[in-house]
Design a binder for this molecule. Structure first.
Ligand code: ATR
Length: 273
C-alpha cells in the first residue's frame, strides 16, 4: 500500500487551463506507486504562469507537465531549454534542477514511439495533417528518425511555415493525393468529441495503399479517421498511445527509472471509463 505523504515527498504536477479532466495524474501516480517512489503528482489549474513558476522555484516542485494553453508561452519563463523543444516552439516537460528550470518536450519522441510500435518510420513517406504545436512535435520526431514528411493543413500558410522550419514538403489538405503516403497522421483536433463525425481527410481513398494511420485525438479512442483507415486496410494507432509514451518519457526524465508502461496504460484506460 502507498505510504502517506511525509516531509520527504517529492511534488510533481501538471499545469494547464482547464486541467480538471487531465489523465496525467492517474498515469504518473500509478507509476510512482508501482515503483515505490515517495512522490505525488497533482493537477494545477494555472492562469498566471509567472506566478506559478515563481511558486515552483520557491516550493521546490521537482517536475511539471505543461499542457494547453501554456506549452508555447512557458518557454520565456525557463532557465534552459532543450534545442529540439526550442525548435518545436513548445515545452511539455519541466525539470527543476536545484532551482534552475529546464524545459524539454516528450511529445515528439512519444509520437514516434507510438508509430514505431507498429511500423518503423525511416525512409517511409509520411503525411502529417495539421500545422499547430502537435503537428510540429510529430514532424520533429519523424524528421529525427529519417522519415520523408509532407505537411498538409487547412491554412496552407501555416503548413508552409512548419515545412520551411523542418525542410519538408507541404500543401493544403486536398493536395496530398499524389504523394503515395505509407503512413498518415492526423495531428489536427478534427474528429474530437463532440465532433466525432468529422475527419480532416475528406478523400478516404488516400488511405488506399498506405500501411498505417495514427490519430493524436484520443476522445473518442476510435475516431472516424481511424475507422476509415482501418477499413482501407491500414494498421491503426490511436491517440492514447502517444499520450502514454509522452507521459512515460516525462517519468523517465524526472526519476531516471524505466517507466512501467503497462501500469501507466492500465491507469489511463481506468481513468477513461
Ligand atoms: P495544437 O497546438 O494543439 O496543435 P493549434 O495550434 O490550434 O493546436 O492547431 C490545430 C490544428 O488543427 C491546426 O492545424 C488547424 O488548422 P488551421 O491551421 O487551418 O487552423 C487544425 N484544425 C482545427 N480545426 C480544423 C478543421 N475544422 N478543419 C481542418 N483543420 C482544422
Amino acid at each position: 500500500m502507498k505510504a502517506a505523504p511525509d516531509a520527504k515527498t517529492g511534488l510533481y504536477g501538471i499545469i494547464g487551463h482547464p486541467v480538471g479532466h487531465s489523465l496525467s495524474p492517474a498515469m504518473q501516480n500509478a507509476a510512482f506507486d508501482t515503483l515505490g517512489l515517495n512522490a505525488v503528482y497533482l493537477a494545477f489549474d494555472v492562469i498566471d504562469l509567472a506566478a506559478c513558476l515563481g511558486g515552483v522555484r520557491a516550493l521546490g516542485v521537482k517536475g511539471l507537465s505543461v499542457t494547453i494553453p501554456h506549452k508555447e508561452a512557458v518557454l520565456s519563463f525557463l532557465d534552459e531549454i532543450d534545442p529540439v523543444a526550442q525548435k518545436i516552439g513548445a515545452v511539455n516537460t519541466i525539470l527543476n534542477r536545484n532551482g534552475r528550470l529546464f524545459g524539454t518536450n516528450t511529445d515528439y519522441a512519444g509520437a514516434v514511439s507510438a508509430i514505431e510500435d507498429v511500423i518503423p518510420v525511416k525512409d517511409r513517406k509520411v503525411i502529417v495533417l495539421g500545422a499547430g504545436g502537435a503537428a510540429r512535435a510529430v514532424c520533429a520526431g519523424l524528421v529525427e528518425k529519417g522519415a520523408v514528411v509532407h505537411v498538409a493543413n487547412r491554412t496552407p500558410g501555416r503548413a508552409r511555415a512548419l515545412a520551411e522550419a523542418f525542410g519538408l514538403n507541404w500543401s493544403s489538405l486536398d493536395g496530398i493525393g499524389g504523394f503515395g503516403a505509407q503512413i498518415i497522421i492526423n495531428a489536427t483536433s478534427v474528429g474530437m468529441r463532440p465532433h466525432e463525425d468529422e475527419t480532416p481527410l475528406m478523400d478516404a481513398s488516400v488511405f488506399r495503399g498506405a500501411l498505417a494511420a495514427m490519430d493524436i485525438v484520443y476522445a473518442p479512442v476510435e475516431t472516424r479517421f481511424l475507422k476509415e483507415a482501418g477499413k482501407a486496410g491500414c494498421k491503426t494507432i490511436n491517440g492514447l498511445k502517444m499520450l502514454i509514451y509522452q507521459a512515460a518519457g516525462q517519468f523517465e526524465l524526472w526519476t531516471g527509472l524505466k517507466a512501467p508502461l503497462k501500469v501507466m496504460e492500465e491507469a489511463l484506460t481506468g481513468a477513461l471509463v
